[in-house]
Ligand binder design. Structure first.
Ligand code: FES
Ligand code: FES
Length: 158
């Protein structure tokens, strides 16, 4: 077992962990944060995307120990109390999901992307989300949702 010290959704956590534990497993099995979805388990589908110090990462192929000292944000930590993040609002407004399995990863990847590029083109959105697969929507509503997030609302970016 190894020591692990990190923040998850703003909460400081000190624990010991099997060094082979992935970040995805740590979040779900150890912390009960099941909103992050695992699809392929091989870094290909993006379903498990969370943010580490603001950057989108695929939690199925990262060891929890690699996150020592970092600040992790999952879909559970994106809203501010009752106030949804603008990306979450946009997905709702545009009906940008069907089964919803890809949605947490899509939203976390979109949030990170928009923090770096608040006024992207459609091409840039499609490129940014190319590592996040959706079996249901055909992507158009997802892309429209991301494009609809207004830059001026990004001052609350986390
Ligand atoms: S489950 Fe992590 S990328 Fe597919
Ligand atoms: S909404 Fe079903 S996989 Fe994307």
């Amino acid at each position: 077992m190894e020591n692990l010290s990190l923040k998850v959704n703003g909460e400081h956590i000190e624990t010991t962990i099997n060094p082979a534990t992935t970040l995805k497993k740590f979040l779900s099995a150890h912390l009960g944060l099941t909103g992050t979805k695992e699809g392929c388990g091989e870094g290909l589908c993006g379903g498990c995307t969370v943010r580490a110090d603001g950057k989108a990462v695929k939690s199925c192929i990262i060891l929890a120990l690699q996150m020592n000292g970092k600040s992790i944000q999952t879909i559970e930590g994106l809203a501010q109390g009752e106030e949804l993040d603008p990306v979450q609002e946009a997905f709702l407004d545009h009906g940008a999901f069907q089964c919803g399995y890809c949605t947490p990863g899509m939203i976390m990847a979109s949030r990170s992307f928009l923090d770096e590029n608040p006024a992207p083109s459609e091409k840039e959105v499609r490129h940014a989300l190319s590592g996040n697969l959706c079996r249901c929507t055909g992507y158009n509503k997802i892309v429209k949702a991301v494009l609809s997030v207004e830059p001026k609302k990004e001052t609350a970016a986390k």
